[in-house]
Design a protein around this ligand. Sequence first.
Ligand code: TXA
Ligand code: MG
Length: 330
Amino acid sequence: MRAEDMRRDGGAVANIVPAGEASIARAAETLRAGGLVAFPTETVYGLGADATDDRAVAAIFEAKGRPRFNPLIVHLPNFQQAADCVEIDELARTAAERFWPGPLTLVLPRRAETGISYLCSAGLDSLAVRVPGHPVAQALLAATGRPLAAPSANASGSVSPTTAAHVADSLDGRVDLILDGGPCTVGVESSVLDLTGDRPVLLRPGGIPKEALEAALGTIEEDSSEDHAPRSPGRLANHYAPGRPLRLAARDANPDEALLAFGPSPPTGARTTLNLSERGDLVEAAANLFAMLHALDDPHHAAIAVMPIPRRGLGAAINDRLRRAAAPHE
Ligand code: TXA
Ligand code: MG
């Protein structure tokens, strides 16, 4: 059965299963098929998907109803596998040795060839990684054999869930399976520490007190901005915007342009065309968005023309991201 069909089938309550060997094996199979599984971590329940599957990661945003593509935390079974996805410097190694597995998320430069969906980075060139300590999360990572992208398993705008019942309340019918591992012990989200700049910055206070982080890592700045907007030039570089100008709502294409198309009958004439979704599917379009923008961002193109994208469903987040990518560079 396809993951989508499974999602349509089940009522949320029927989808709660106690975490055990058989249910974890079933959850792993669901994840490998591109489905969504809510699972306990020591902090809060996560809404997990295979982080290497663009479409599955896009389905997370759809299920949460997020109006924007926030970057997602990628969960890994151990330090070694995290080091395959991001660049580890001295400070990152110290942090990982001291606090993993546990409620600490590290934002680090992403490696080039990781297989991790660009959607997890939401267009940034960093990636947030975490090794969770919860035995069910660990068992699920081992059984799945894939890195798992997982935001908190709640609909956008509601509080993070610390029981399986909270997940069911918030994501009614929008998740294939909810693994019940009892209440989360930490109960607040992980601390998010950005190590991409000159100095460590705490983007989100969480399960590990700042004092404990500073005792291990030295002075840590706090992020005062609402949306973690970059403040210093060093961090500005992390925010991906295509080097080519973007021409939005394009209904035709010039011969010196690349075309980012949507739907079954794109205009002809562009030098290169990539189609976000020929069948006009917004989940597929979201899954392709960042990888295709990267691919078309080539100095041979005078501009990237982008066809109009409907605003329903994930279209809102796609349009939000395109609008910001099209804004003049500062
Ligand atoms: O405890 C937790 O962290 C839970 C469990 C499931 O692991 N997850 C969680 O994920 O709280 P989420 O998506 O609700 O929050 C992730 C936070 C957001 O504030 C996001 O902006 C930040 O981490 N984040 C993720 N990737 C980032 C990146 N590359 N750069 C900056 N911030 C990032
Ligand atoms: Mg959250």
